[in-house]
Design a protein around this ligand. Sequence first.
Ligand code: NAP
Ligand code: G4F
Length: 365
Amino acid sequence: MPTAQERERMMNTPKNGKRAVITGITGQDGSYLTDLLLSKGYEVWGLVRRSSSFNTSRIDHVYQDTHEDDVRLHLMYGDLSDATSIYRLLSEADPHEVYNLAAQSHVAVSFDMAEYTGDITGLGTIRILDALRELRSEARFYQAGSSELYGKVLETPQTEETPFYPRSPYAAAKAYGFYVTRNYREAYDMFATNGILFNHESPRRGRTFVTRKVTHATASISLGLQDTVYLGNLDAKRDWGFAGDYVEAMWMMLQADKPNDYVIATGETHTVREFCELSFAEVGLPLRWEGTGLDEKGIGPNGQVLVSIDPRYFRPTEVDLLLGNPAKAERELGWKPRTSFRELVRMMVASDRASLGGTDLRRAA
Ligand code: NAP
Ligand code: G4F
């Protein structure tokens, strides 16, 4: 989370006269994008879905009571399944920029909740685009596309020209979102842009995604609170970057002269197994691997089993390898990733240890 000083600076930046709407503001990316836009002087309007418990922990540090003067962050209840709430938000906020980040974003869950994922992750996009059209809004629109679109990849590295081969209900829903965004750009001359973002992680990543699951377990095991973490496919390869870098790319896409589609990636790929190795090494528990297939185990220095396989985490169809080429984004937007893979793992482990009451081992050393 930002320090008190950073927050102060963020909330006191002179307003730049621009309003942005963010769907998915309570998620990982929504929270980083909110920080970024507030620090640029935007007024931010977020769509929050109703929950019986608080779901705003990632944006609590910038929350403002509506009775305060000079409110810069406005939250409204709504849901991507509910066109009326989307319309109301867009007409009230009258934004210059709209970032559609809301989604049922978990690939494995999309196999269990396929229709719901299609409704939110797919049709949610057209509900926003249609509301903008009805309102005759000139807002610039960003659609959160995904490297999952490439699925069973037809080319490596993947670029904006690589054909899609979705491998999950989630990816199929994102393909719908991608194509309607492009279609509304062509049909109605809307400034509608697709980011094709490869995996990006952070201390704010949901704990059921593999990186955060591993870093949290690493922290917990290192503090004696847990014995083993159970994972699925250790061979899957992902191009992992830092979410804070990736929300800058989203903003840059909406500042460009023309709408377009952009791959955002680091250009490096690593296996889940490598991620585990780096994560446990951070807390002085180097892993060695024993066994194969379902019997493979990650063993710690004292022979303890730190990583084990649970086939429940395998997917009906897997995406084996993702590796993006972000050259177009660098050339046309001037965007480049700033955080290395090692720095990312380090940052996540340190944050998880701190959240569990542990010290930063590198500082202590
Ligand atoms: P996330 O942490 O799962 O956040 C998803 C957001 O969507 C949350 O704010 C969630 O609200 C909201 N949401 C879910 N269902 C909704 C509904 N029915 N109506 C309104 N809001 C709803 O995802 P993320 O990692 O920030 O990703 C942001 C976007 O980028 C997503 O569209 C994701 O599919 C896409 N993407 C992510 C990555 C990545 O590696 N992170 C890569 C490519 C694309 P709650 O907080 O209440 O759950
Ligand atoms: O962390 P993951 O669940 O992310 P996945 O499926 O790549 O999707 C994420 O990135 C996409 C961009 O490419 C986004 F569009 C999407 O919204 C989401 O943010 O899984 C990464 C890999 C997979 O191959 C999975 O099979 O890790 C493997 N894995 C191995 N064990 C596991 C586990 N994944 C999870 N979630 N949990 C495990 O125990």
